[in-house]
Every structure is written in structure tokens, then in C-alpha cells.
Design a protein around this ligand. Sequence first.
Ligand SMILES: [Fe+2]
Length: 375
Amino acid sequence: MNDFTYYMPTRVFWGEGCLARQGDAISRYGTRALVVTGKTSARASGAMDDIAGALDRNGIPFAVFDEVEANPSIETARRAGAAARSFDADFILAAGGGSPLDAGKAAAVLAGNECADDDLFSGNFPNPVLPVIAIPTTAGTGSEATPYSILTDTAKKTKRNLKSDRLFPVLAFLDPRYTFSLSREATASTAIDALTHALEGYLSTRATPASDMFALRSMALLGPALTKLSASAPGREDRENYLYASFLAGCVIAQTGTTVLHAMGYHLTIFHGVEHGRANGLLLVPYLRHVMAAQLGRVREVLDTLGCGDLAGLGRMLGPLMKRDVNLADGQIDEYARIAVQSPSAVCTLPPPTAGDIRAMYRDAVGMKKIRKDE
Ligand SMILES: [Fe+2]
């Protein structure tokens, strides 16, 4: 066995009602809090009521920053950081999908570090980072278990990854009830995101025996659940499985990071409005075809674990969950491939893709629309 390290310092509370039962754990992180969230999901899911209850019980005054948009911008994170600073918050409660969690993590850095973008993304922020408590209301990002904050650089029209061990949340409360009100559409997209985290981690050059264990369990839960999702709305046990699998997949990428699949998918999100999970899903079969050239055995293990049999089976599983086609012009493919091949995650892909490989994967993905249902 090769040498490896494993680090995931977040204390995780799991179960329905965990914030009501065990929320007093937040009191050790200070006496004033900023809640960072989006416009709807924390309130619609019931998480906001539980958060307010836990803060009130512990006598912690709080302010709410609820302006986090999907694929949050650096500017939004800066405004959330300023809100934490002006409220004199000791810690941040980030509640919602991946966007509020990621914005909350960046705000925790920016509250005490007024640094330029390049310093921020190179981890050059010398002052303390506020503790973050993560409360996910979707099952996909796994951000509650990662040291990453993915933000959109609107000027450069790209997503940038803020990475620091200081960004691991100190606490995470995983209550499956918060995901009960998610639409089937949102459930599918976020679950495909989780699936790609587990799968990419398993196929990454940075995979370890520990990350493999989490990845295999995550994929074993997600394969059957996604197959079922095509035919019926998820039940209570399915919701638990999604949230647990998403958390496990977060533990995977905390160790491995993602690969070129995510780097490619970002362009479909930023320039074509495809949700993050579906963007990865659109590219998944061509990506696996590429990886097979060097890792045939590992890809077969992935397909077996998912219960798909082969790539065509995976295409059939994902097809009904895709919402719409994306048509890329050759010029767009060339441009996106040029950027993706320079992504740090591309070097963790085995075999390492050339720009030509990435162009081929994009072209292959356009062909996938033949087996997708129309919206
Ligand atoms: Fe992702």
C-alpha cells in the first residue's frame, strides 16, 4: 500500500432533529453569529427555524445575510464577509445548498482578511478565519466535509477554488428532513454532483485506500437511488441515502479533489446555465471512456458498484435525469478545452488529458443528447 494522509476535522452530527438535540455545541464558538444563506432553501426546508431556535436557546444574537445566489460570486462572498465584520460575528452558520455553504466559508476568511482576489485564492490570508458551522439543505455538494469554497469570478468568467484546511467547518449538522422539500429536479442534479465527487475521487491520481472506502460506499448508495429516481419521487429512506452519500463523497474530495470532469463542467454552468450536477452528468460517459484507457479495471469497479453494467447502462441511468440539450460550437469547445486543460484538477486525471482529449470529450457529450429525453 502506498503512503497516504487522511484529514477531515469536522465534527458531524447526523439525524432528524440533530440541531434541536445537539445544537448547544455551537455555543463554544462565540457569542455572536452571522447566518449566511440564500433566499429560500434554508427557510423552506425548516432549517432556519431550527437555527434560530438553537441560537436563541444559547443566548447568541445573530444577523442574517441571505443574499447568496447560485454559483456565488466573489463579490457576494465579500459582502457576506463585510456583514460578519460589521456585526462583529464570532462564527458563521452557513445554511443551504452548496452555494451558501461555499459563500459562508469564504466570508469566514474575508471577515478578518481584506485581501485581493489572488491572495485569497492562493491561501495568502494571514489573519484568523472565523469558525464555520455547516447545515446543508441539499444532498450534493459535500461542502460540509471539505476545505473548499468554489466561487465565480465574474470578471474572468470562471470558477475559482479557495482551498485551505482552515475552511473545514468545525461542526456540521446533517438532518435529512431539510432535503425533504427538494424537487425531483434539484434532487437529481445535486445527487449527480455527489456521484461525480465519489467517482472522480476514486479515479483520481490522488485516491487513497481511505478515500476509496468512502467513494465505494457513496457510489453503492447513489447508483440504485438514481435509477429509482427516474421512475418515482424519493421517499424518506432515499433522502437519507442521498444526504449520507453526499457527505461521504465530500469526505472523498476532501482528500483527492476533483478531476478534469469538474473543470469541463464549469463551462457548461457559467456559459450555458446548466446546473452544476447536470453539467457533470452530461460529460460523465465520455469522461469515463477517456479514463478507461488507463484504468479499465477501476472504471469497471465503478460501473459495477453503481449497478450500471457498462457505459451504455450508465447513459441509460443518467439520460432521463438530464433536462435539456447543450449544443456547443467548435469555437466554444476549443476555448473551453484550452482553459480546462490548464486546470489544477486536470493533472489529477489519469490518463492526463491533452486539449485534444478534452475537445473529444465535449464533442462526445453533444452526441449523448440522442439518448436524453426532452424537457
Ligand atoms: Fe461538484
